[in-house]
Design a protein around this ligand. Structure first.
Ligand code: HCB
Length: 213
């Protein structure tokens, strides 16, 4: 069942076991279970658990790296299936997204980008460690309906405020919706800096971006 497969995936990420992660993802595809749930309630749940243990000092950085590689391998197995599910949808417009300057955490941003693509948006992936000026330049060049930033650290999330400010300075703030996300980011933070959308996870991002069109 879905719950069993999610639990297996979570355990495999927590065991840093690339092969087991890929196996359970392939098993999930074969069994026809919901792969979005598998990513969110299985793989991500395992990753978060590893993050918690890293914070508590019971696991160390190499463990986090190993777990994130295992998770990324699983997402890679699932992506073609997700893309197939989304292939029929017509284009809903462009969204630019990237991980903010100073921050190299890409797993969450990549999942959001993939899910938005599947939902029918054209994604301009700015990558990671993206200078604030590059978000502004992307809005100018591509005129997306939304620009999303991902920040995984309390030290980098403050730069999301600068996106708001520099878009205003460039006279572009009213032409685009801003979206913020990443583990330390909250609705309260989005409200404080004046971002239009706070997305808690990839599903939330899809629902809220769809509501823009
Ligand atoms: Co990293 N790391 N890390 N890390 N890392 C965190 C983020 C800490 C919270 C861990 C901790 O201490 N508890 C911490 C940050 C503390 C802080 O806030 N100050 C931390 C640290 C300190 C660091 C280093 C500095 C460690 C070091 O070198 N000493 C270093 C940072 C280097 C840098 O960025 N300059 C570092 C490195 C790494 C890696 C490379 C080992 C690895 C990243 C691999 C990669 O991304 N390619 C990593 C990882 C994996 C984590 C944790 C364990 C998990 C992050 C993750 O991928 N989660 C994380 C702990 C945690 O977050 N609790 C830890 C799974 C994804 C799916 O969730 O939240 O990213 P997500 O994304 C969701 C959601 O937020 C939303 O949708 C996504 C999908 O549902 N969303 C958006 C995300 N972005 C969005 C954007 C939008 O516009 C909308 C929605």
């Amino acid at each position: 069942t879905q719950d069993e497969i999610n639990a297996k995936a979570k355990a495999a990420v927590m065991d840093f076991d690339d092969e087991a992660v890929e196996e359970v993802c392939e098993e999930a595809i074969g069994a026809g279970v919901d792969v979005v749930s598998l990513i969110q309630d299985g793989l991500t749940a395992g990753m978060n658990e590893v993050g918690d243990q890293f914070e508590q000092g019971t696991l160390f950085l190499p463990h986090v790296i190993a777990a994130s590689e295992a998770m990324s391998g699983g997402v890679a197995v699932l992506t073609p299936i997700l893309e197939k599910q989304g292939a029929a949808t017509e284009s809903k417009g462009k969204i630019a997204i990237g991980t903010i300057e100073g921050d190299i955490h890409t797993i969450g941003k990549d999942i959001v980008a993939t899910m938005l693509k599947i939902a029918g948006f054209n994604i301009i992936d700015l990558g990671r460690d993206v200078p604030v000026a590059d978000y502004v330049a992307a809005v100018k060049e591509h005129q997306p309906i939304a620009v999303g930033s991902s920040a995984l650290m309390t030290t980098t999330m403050v730069l999301q405020m600068q996106i708001e400010e520099q878009l205003k300075e460039a006279g572009l703030r009213d032409s685009v919706k801003t979206m913020v996300g990443g583990a330390p980011v909250t609705q309260d933070w989005a409200d404080r800096i004046g971002a239009d959308i706070y997305a808690e996870n990839a599903n939330d991002a899809v629902v809220k971006c769809k509501a823009l069109v």
